[in-house]
Design a protein around this ligand. Structure first.
Ligand code: NDP
Length: 338
């Protein structure tokens, strides 16, 4: 049973010293437990926060010298609980997953949720129908509240959350402007997802490009990245703009905090609302979100893209790739076949 351990708290960007691949025997399930074979692992930006020894936006820090954990889809190999049978596909906790970066896990049956592979591919439960999809759904609709004809800007637009945010905003009739980091991402968002305009922040002057792409200002800004990109968007807020703060990925690996322009005046003079949130705030409404996202996927109104790396041993690289923009859509690791 190969397992990836957390070895060292990163100062700045995590690297190969952060992780170690080890092997142990396949564990045996006790009463009320299930032995799972990992099929897909999800790597997510929030995990960087849990690698630091301080409060992050999600959960307690990862413990050193322990197997890392996150979202995963597993297949039951042995079940000592009536609710599960060998062959069932399952998911851990909907927000954190809490399944290990390992080939096999023993898990208490009451921590698992069965998934229906007839409704959607197993991997979709880690993306559009899982934590990232729910983040997009509740952050955009509950805080952003986009109206037909309004301008919605989303940063981190080509990622797991951003691609869903943009498509929901289009469903609501908004004009959608994305900000992303490569020519291929710009093309995908425009041509495949129908974004109205997309800015490549690595090659364009973001301020000028935004002014051109948002001639009527910005009504909703769904912020996934923070930093200079968000400073530029803040200069274009309209009266009563809404700004869901979902993530600040451009800051997660900084060694020293950065002080940017202050946005409070822009919020004040525009009576704008900026609100942070974590997806777990909406736990009681998850069934509504999964149902609606599932309907949109079934109707072809939302399409989704996955970037799949093969092999458990490549999980650290897949995780680090999030900070280099290597993924288009949801980043996953395929560990074994269903
Ligand atoms: P993504 O799939 O969007 O992957 C991360 C992407 O961020 C990369 O592909 C990269 O794309 C972009 N990125 C990386 N570094 C930078 C940088 N320095 N500046 C600008 N962009 C950068 O991840 P998710 O969709 O899973 O998450 C998106 C955001 O949402 C993250 O900030 C995450 O922490 C947050 N989040 C918050 C949740 C909540 O409950 N509040 C829940 C889930 C996610 P590019 O090529 O465009 O640079």
């Amino acid at each position: 049973n190969r397992q990836i351990y957390f070895m060292e708290r990163p100062h700045g960007t995590p690297d190969e010293n952060t992780f170690e691949l080890r092997s142990s025997d396949i564990p045996e399930p006790g009463p009320g437990e299930v032995l799972l074979r990992t099929v897909y692992l999800s790597v997510d930006p929030y995990m960087r926060g849990r690698m630091s020894d301080q409060k992050s936006y999600v959960a307690a820090p990862f413990e050193l010298n322990e197997v890392l954990s996150g979202g995963a889809v597993g297949q039951v190999e042995i079940s000592n609980d009536d609710r599960f049978q060998a062959g069932d596909l399952v998911l851990g906790d909907l927000v954190l997953g809490n399944l290990g970066w390992q080939d096999y896990s023993v898990v208490k049956a009451d921590q698992l949720n069965k998934i229906d592979a007839n409704l959607a591919s197993p991997s979709a439960y880690l993306g559009v129908l899982g934590m990232p999809g729910l983040t997009a759904y509740f952050g955009l609709l509950d805080i952003g509240q986009p109206q037909a004809g309004e301008t919605v800007v989303v940063s981190g637009a080509a990622g797991a959350v951003g691609t869903i945010v943009g498509q929901i905003a289009k469903i609501k009739g908004a004009r959608v402007v994305g900000i992303a980091g490569s020519g291929e991402k710009v093309r995908y968002l425009k041509e495949e997802l129908g974004f109205d305009a997309v800015i490549n922040y690595k090659t364009e002057n973001v301020q000028k490009a935004l002014e051109k792409a948002c001639p009527n200002g910005v009504d909703v800004y769904f912020d996934n990245v923070g930093g200079e990109i968000s400073d530029a968007v803040a200069t274009l807020f309209n009266k009563f703009a809404r700004i869901p703060i979902c993530g600040q990925i451009s800051l997660y690996n900084l060694k020293n905090p950065e002080h940017g322009p202050r946005v409070q005046t822009s919020l004040l003079i525009n009576s704008a609302l900026m609100k942070g949130f974590i997806v777990a705030d909406y736990q009681s409404r998850f069934p509504e979100g999964v149902k609606q996202l599932g309907e949109w996927v079934a109707q072809g109104k939302i399409v989704f893209q996955e970037n799949i790396v093969e092999g458990l041993e490549n999980t650290p690289q897949a995780f680090l790739g999030l900070f280099k923009g290597e993924n288009l859509g949801k980043q996953l690791v395929k560990v074994s076949d269903v």
